[in-house]
Design a protein around this ligand. Structure first.
Ligand code: ADP
Ligand code: ZN
Length: 264
């Protein structure tokens, strides 16, 4: 769910005192080094090296909004939201969509293999001209993270960072309660934080904005519980790999975007 709000692009504050994310970097390779490296996939075809960045954070932590802004600023970035892929499958009533529907309505995770197959398919068709793949909402379990490693190796990509957006529960509830989305173009809004110009109407395409079915109070509570039980173990998993970066996800959205940009 994304905002199309027009805000001037500010310079990242990575170098400023206090502006940096708490990172656990492994090497000082520059973006240019990465872009110039080429890798050979299992099919013996060489392709440019691609970075994978995993965005972690509870429901409403801003993963989608931040990813959309990063893509808007750098056309070599690609973004996928597993939730969006699943909602589209439900809308189209594909086999996967029919299977996922019930889990999603209850705020439970859909089976690992089902969502992993969708991400694998997306990665297979999204590498063209890409430097960085931003994964939003996937992986969400340790098993999914293991599948991602296998998939990445198969398409010449390497996980370079797992960014954890840190947001307190009260803020998450407030954001989700006010969240509105455009069914026409996918733009995301918030009734007070990111309001559309005309109430209830998408700035981009004029469609009437809707509330997501699983954004009810009960379901959100369940999603937070699921996040704590099943997704938090991923933090240890990525910390052990030396790729975890913790970033504050509160305050003005531009600040969070800058902090993530600096962390990846
Ligand atoms: P949020 O991050 O706000 O909870 P998402 O749009 O990422 O919302 O996900 C919505 C729902 O889609 C989840 O509650 C879950 O049912 C399903 N889902 C999304 N991503 C995954 C995943 N990686 N594994 C399992 N289920 C997922
Ligand atoms: Zn729209």
């Amino acid at each position: 769910m994304y905002s199309q709000e027009k805000t001037p692009m500010k310079k990242p504050v990575c170098q400023e005192r206090g502006g940096n994310a708490r990172t656990e970097r492994k090497s000082a390779a520059t973006a240019k080094d990465f872009a110039l490296r080429r890798v050979r996939g299992p099919d013996k075809v060489t392709r440019p090296y691609m970075k994978i960045v995993v965005l972690l954070g509870g429901p409403g932590s801003g993963k989608g909004t931040i990813a959309t802004r990063l893509v808007a600023a750098d056309r070599t970035f690609r973004h996928v939201s597993s939730g969006d892929l699943l909602r589209e499958a439900v809308r189209l009533q594909t086999d996967a969509g029919r299977e996922a529907d019930g889990y999603m309505k209850r705020g439970e995770l859909v089976p690992d293999e089902l969502v992993a197959a969708m991400i694998r398919e997306w990665m297979g068709r999204s590498g063209e001209g890409a430097s960085t793949l931003l994964l939003d909402g996937f992986p969400r379990t340790v098993r999914q993270a293991e599948i991602l490693d296998e998939t990445a190796a198969g398409c010449g990509a390497e996980l370079s960072a797992a960014v954890l957006l840190e947001v307190d529960d009260a803020t998450l509830f407030d954001r989700i309660a006010g969240r509105r989305g455009c069914p026409g173009c996918g733009a995301g809004y918030h009734v007070t934080n990111i309001p559309p110009k005309r109430e209830g109407v998408c700035d981009v395409c004029g469609s009437a904005l809707v509330t997501r079915k699983d954004d009810s109070f009960e379901t959100v509570r369940n999603r937070l519980e699921v996040y704590r039980n099943q997704t938090l173990p991923l933090i240890d998993f990525y910390r052990a790999r030396g790729v975890l970066r913790r970033v504050a996800g509160t305050g003005p959205i531009e600040g969070s975007v800058d902090r993530v940009r600096c962390a990846i």
